[in-house]
Write a protein that binds this ligand. Sequence first.
Ligand SMILES: Nc1ncnc2c1ncn2[C@@H]1O[C@H](COP(=O)(O)OP(=O)(O)OP(=O)(O)O)[C@@H](O)[C@H]1O
Length: 261
Amino acid sequence: MTPVLETRSATVVRGGDRILDAVSMAVEPGEWLGVIGPNGSGKTSLVRVLSGTWTPDAGSVWLHGEALSSYAHRERARQIAVVKQAPHVAFDLTVRELVMLGRAPYRGWMQSFTGGDQDRVVAALKAMNIAHLADRAVPSLSGGERQRAFLAQALVQEPTAWLLDEPTAHLDIQYCFSFFQHLKQRQSPNEAVIAVVHDLEQAARFADRLLLLDHGSVVTSGLPREVLTTEHLAHVFGVDATPESTPHGLRLQVHGPFVSS
Ligand SMILES: Nc1ncnc2c1ncn2[C@@H]1O[C@H](COP(=O)(O)OP(=O)(O)OP(=O)(O)O)[C@@H](O)[C@H]1O
């Protein structure tokens, strides 16, 4: 199967440091890949490389078997949605207008949005429970409401590759859970999700596979229970923790940090 997104020995050098060091990874159609690792391990850098925001200094990135660099900007924007912590928006767009921008890659310059676009926007506003905010100016929203507006924008974009970088950081527990659940339920067999999530139990719950990064390199990748082992938690995260399987997924009993002397 051709991966949706793939890096081959992707290396990024910043300030003399290899912040990504020959990272090779791939996500298959229909797969949900959780990217985990301690602060500064390279998770956001990997998202930047996969989205084309950064070009690797060495190695390459592939989207549906073609070099990412060969894609026209508009086609790349149809295929890849990036959702990170929602930025503050200075301009006075309404929520509906912000969400509609997710359809822009499907429309030519000065081409009007269609009834189909409007329907998708209505459905996404409803799915993110922000239909009542549709005519509000985005800068007036709370952090969580703004985040849900950006998630709705990504939904209407209908990408084949989702790049999520802590997309639920502003969301309370209910919306956090319901967004991941919604995305999981509507994920089609040709769509792939790559999600950077700090909450390891959350990452394990939704991901088919986890990719563990440390110091810009891949430590391992595999099923959540193969990656979240006592050994990896100790060596990579520096915590004394015991993973436990429960009917609701993997739980981590964290006994405390290892303090280096
Ligand atoms: N533009 C840059 N110039 C120099 N160093 C950078 C740049 N961007 C990132 N870095 C460094 O690269 C390393 C990896 O950063 P990155 O943001 O990818 O980590 P992360 O795993 O996402 O971290 P966190 O969990 O804290 O969000 C860090 O040491 C960071 O300081």
